[in-house]
Design a protein. Sequence first.
Length: 67
Amino acid sequence: MDETVNEAPAAICDRCGEEVYSYELVHLIDGFIICAECFDDFVFEYFEDCLMTGGEIKEMLSNNDTD
Ligand SMILES: [Zn+2]
């Protein structure tokens, strides 16, 4: 049990620039390497166009009722 974790990083997170090692989990989104720590923020920004308030959604849904 003397396995030294002494390898070079496998990649660099495209968002924060942190080193990513081969045993770590990352997301590859649209060609961007996103580490676990950046994932939440990245996703939030990625789907920013989908952001709206509950009120806006409510209005949208009621407009769909073409009765
Ligand atoms: Zn990162």
